[in-house]
Ligand binder design. Structure first.
Ligand SMILES: Cc1ncc(COP(=O)(O)O)c(C=O)c1O
Length: 357
């Protein structure tokens, strides 16, 4: 038997996803305020207008923003705007678009092909991308022409693309006349990690379309597809409507975004999550018998622990996902993380690891 790691009133933290967290008070306040008045439906409301204006300030440019309710819809609709039904989108094998959207990108594009381009640490390798583009059409009209590249920032591996990596991908994309999409489900975490402006992380690097995530960062259900080139957005209103994401009470989605972006709540929340992940990783590194798979660059930690320890942690009630069967786990640190959450898990690992190994 392992010794109890924590006091009886201790609540084990759930690191299964950043979606386990509640919503930021700023988001709730904004939604409450939006609920107190009537407004025109389908995005013809002051909240939606204000959020577009706020995004223009944040990104320091003209842009075309379309709120939607899920990250899958944001990605799939965004890709449908930049890839024809017969085109190819290049993405990392681990990308959410490839692994976790049940074919939504293929469905919304009307049949486009996802071509997988691998690379270490969840990021597309440049040489592999060039080769994939060059070899995509050996038989001309018989093959699906390259149309777009999508990258995830923060990546699914918990890493962040450096500026020069995004530059190089954008360069390859532009040379080949491909559009560049960024899945920013955790854009705030990436931005906090890079410590650059939103503009420097996106359109100044050559990103054409961004799925701007807010749900994981502290909204209830709010994302926005942001186009940095007007021509790409021309039929997006219709695409979003046909895809079922033109909410009649859009003001509540927009209000969430307004609360999230107001007073930099989104960046404070992301910094807290990233700091929690750094503490968790540092703590695990200091425990004999525990390892991290790679240094987390934002708010996702991959660690490796003995299998009996994982069983005990699960029995305690801690939340995390096992990745494969070798003891690798994924811990996603939400914005609401507390020191007690991190210390609680580390204490439990310490308590279990001696007896269990
Ligand atoms: C990288 C990434 N992109 C997009 C999404 C889309 O999320 P959802 O459709 O669940 O809102 C997620 C959610 O897990 C994600 O991790």
């Amino acid at each position: 038997m392992s010794k109890p790691a924590n006091p009886a009133n201790f609540a084990p933290a759930n690191f299964a996803s950043d979606n386990v967290a509640g919503a930021l008070p700023e988001v709730i306040a904004a939604v409450t305020e939006a609920a107190s008045a009537g407004a025109m439906p389908y995005g013809n409301d002051p909240w939606t207008a204000r959020v577009s204006a706020r995004l223009r300030d944040v990104f320091e440019c003209d842009l075309w923003a379309f709120p939607v309710a899920t990250g899958t819809a944001a990605n799939a609709l965004a890709l449908s705007a930049i890839c024809p039904p017969f085109g190819t989108v290049f993405c990392h094998p681990a990308s959410h678009a490839n692994t976790d959207e049940c074919g939504a990108p293929e469905f919304y594009t009307g049949g486009a092909k996802l071509t997988l381009v691998d690379g270490p640490d969840g990021k597309i390798d440049l040489a592999a991308l060039t080769t994939a583009i060059e070899t995509a059409r050996p038989h001309g009209v018989h093959n699906m022409p390259p149309a777009a590249v999508t990258i995830t920032q923060e990546s699914e591996a918990g890493t962040v693309y450096a500026a020069d990596h995004v530059d190089a991908i954008a360069d390859i994309a532009k040379k080949n006349k491909l559009a560049l999409h960024m899945d920013g489900a955790r854009f705030a975490n990436a931005l906090a990690a890079l410590d650059v402006s939103a503009a420097d992380a996106t359109w100044r690097r050559g990103v054409d379309v961004l799925s701007f995530g807010a749900t994981k960062g502290g909204a209830m259900a709010a994302e926005a597809v942001i186009f940095f080139r007007e021509e790409l957005a021309s039929a997006f209103g219709e695409r979003r409507k046909r895809g079922g994401h033109l909410l009649s009470k859009m003001r509540f989605v927009s209000a969430q975004l307004e609360g999230y972006l107001g007073d930099d709540a989104w960046l404070r929340a992301a910094r807290a999550a990233n700091a929690g992940a750094a503490s968790l990783a540092a703590g695990l590194t200091n425990i004999d018998g525990a390892d991290i798979v790679r240094v987390p660059e934002a708010n996702i930690v991959f660690a490796k622990l003995p299998l009996p320890v994982l069983d005990l942690l699960e029995a305690d009630g801690f939340g995390f996902y096992r990745v494969g069967s070798d003891g690798t786990i994924r811990l996603v640190v939400p914005w609401s993380v507390t020191d007690a959450d991190v210390e609680g898990l580390l204490g439990a690992v310490r308590g279990h690891i001696g007896p269990a190994v």
